[in-house]
Design a protein around this ligand. Structure first.
Ligand code: NAD
Length: 496
């Protein structure tokens, strides 16, 4: 059986770990590897290596850093198949979806390749007579990234591309459920010429996370995961004096207006609700059906589900793979049971697709879901789509704005005026107009509102550069000898 280790100081190490966790292939239910779980001593070793590396990497020229990023970009692209296969083997998503994950992660690396431009400061000549004012950006130091199981490659790339480009050292604490791809990532950074210690992988659970949160030599924490843990990370990390961005869970609504093209809306709903078995933070989990569109839309969705191919991610033709663990599959089933008990009508029952070999579940469609129903209030993170019927656009908007999560949302219509009102008034971070999964491209930033994000900075793109840098403003004068005098007044520009 494979042993998944840490990557510290440019190579694999078992560290001081005595505790391990099993890693499974979700498509077969078999254990495929044993994961080393970091001890506090491993945290110290990882941070010491990263700290030393940050000190020298931050002095490396922009030109040298850019060269490493371009090489890394080429290596990632060249290893797409291998990376995707590793993701599929431990996450379960189908290979084409895993390759899509690599492609979206590449966007973040490509953005970071422009670091020479992104790190530019500002310069104001002659702000006052003989005085120039300018700003510079410097790296933060050591940034730790704690990532979820559902994008074991892309989310680490969201974080590490900008962090490393900006001159920081980065420590990745991947999910325990699909940790192997992080080590291939580390090796590709090494092959790209990144010095030892600038990219570290610390495998582990809460012990590793708490060690990073409390370590005085860790300057900033990037987190993506569920809301309760995001809140814990934000509160604990900021209390320990760190810069923290913590992205949490979601319940993404897709509003469909009566004038929408039914086929377009139904195709989008099925793709966005059941792709990756619903284990995407931008998955559509609620359809807000406005007025008379509900019945034909439900029929159109129902009609599409029987032909979806559910199977192992590495099998040709599979469109939806298994869930991540047996426990998670059973939790999703429990949500369907409770949703039904609380009054939802089960139009398509995915529970019948539960398998003993592997963690498979079928697609579920729930109708007449009330806003109080647990299948509406909670993030289920599985292949379950809830329909909430409303009479008007305004009722739909109020519904969306009343939910505690506010990651992404979408509207399907041909009415430009309705779209304009929606995008102005909806209190959600990312919006799709006839686009069901509006994950922003790498040169914008990703982040929700309310319980979907703790902290001020969104992930990657321009906000990612802000998170990974600290700014200084310099006010400068080069006086001629003999031109100075003592002046105890507060410096102003009024008389210059
Ligand atoms: P999770 O919160 O269980 O785990 C995320 C990370 O936190 C993992 O590395 C895990 O080891 C660590 N962790 C778990 N419990 C901890 C604890 N008690 N103390 C300290 N660390 C702990 O999330 P998950 O199940 O891996 O991922 C799914 C969740 O992530 C969903 O809620 C999904 O919506 C969310 N997600 C959000 C985004 C986003 O951008 N907003 C993106 C992807 C996933």
């Amino acid at each position: 059986m494979a042993h998944v280790q840490h990557w510290i100081e440019g190579g694999l190490t078992a560290g001081a770990s005595t505790k391990t966790a099993p890693v499974f292939n979700p498509a077969t239910g078999e254990q495929t590897a044993e994961l080393a779980l970091a001890t506090p001593a491993d945290v110290d070793a990882a941070v010491a290596s990263a700290r030393a590396a940050a000190d020298s990497w931050s002095h490396t020229s922009l030109a040298a850093r850019t060269k490493v990023l371009f090489a890394f970009r080429e290596l990632l692209a060249a290893h797409t198949d291998e990376l995707a296969a590793l993701v599929t083997s431990e996450h379960g998503k189908v290979l084409s979806d895993a390759a899509g994950e690599v492609a979206r992660g590449l966007e973040n690396v490509e953005y970071a390749c422009g670091v020479a431009n992104l790190m530019k400061g500002e310069f104001s000549e002659q702000a006052s007579t003989g005085v120039d004012v300018y700003s510079i950006r410097q790296p933060v130091g050591v940034i730790a990234g704690i990532t979820p199981f559902n994008f074991p490659l892309m989310v680490p790339l969201w974080m590490c591309s900008n962090a490393i480009a900006c001159g920081n050292a980065f420590i990745l604490k991947p999910s325990e459920k699909d940790p192997s791809v992080s080590l291939l990532l580390a090796d590709l950074w090494r092959q790209a010429g990144l010095p030892d210690g600038v990219f570290t992988v610390l495998q582990g659970d809460k012990v590793a996370v708490d060690g990073l949160l409390q370590h005085p030599q860790v300057d900033a924490i990037s987190f993506v995961g569920s809301t309760p843990i995001a809140q814990y990370i934000y509160e604990t990390g900021t209390k320990a004096g760190k810069r923290v961005q913590a992205l949490g869970g979601a319940k993404n609504h897709m509003m469909v207006l009566p004038d929408a093209d039914l086929d377009v809306a139904a195709d989008a709903a099925v793709s966005a609700a059941y792709g990756a078995a619903g284990e995407r933070c931008m998955a559509i989990s609620v359809i807000v059906a406005v007025g008379a569109v509900a019945d034909p839309l439900i029929d159109a969705i129902k009609e599409r589900l029987p032909s979806l191919q559910i199977g192992p991610g590495d099998k040709e033709g599979s469109e939806m793979g298994p869930l991540i663990t047996a426990a998670h599959r059973d939790k999703v089933i429990d949500y369907i049971d409770r949703g039904e008990k609380e009054g939802a009508k089960v139009v398509v029952d995915g529970r019948t697709g539960r398998s003993e070999d592997g963690f498979f579940l079928g697609c579920t469609l729930l109708d007449d879901v009330s806003p109080e129903n647990v299948a509406y209030t909670d993030e289920i993170f599985g292949p379950v789509l809830a329909i909430v019927r409303v009479d008007t656009f305004d009722q739909g908007l109020d519904l969306i704005n009343s939910h505690k999560f506010a990651n992404g949302t979408a509207i399907f219509t041909r009415d430009g005026g309705a779209v304009r009102s929606f995008q102005r008034d909806v209190q959600v971070g990312m919006i799709g107009v006839n686009v069901p999964i509006p994950v922003p491209v790498g040169y914008y930033s990703f982040g929700g509102w309310k319980a979907s994000l703790f902290g001020d900075t969104h992930m990657y793109g321009p906000e990612g550069i802000n998170f990974c840098t600290r700014r200084k403003v310099v006010t400068s004068r080069w006086p001629d000898p003999g031109s100075s005098k003592i002046d105890l007044g507060f410096p102003t520009n009024s008389d210059h």
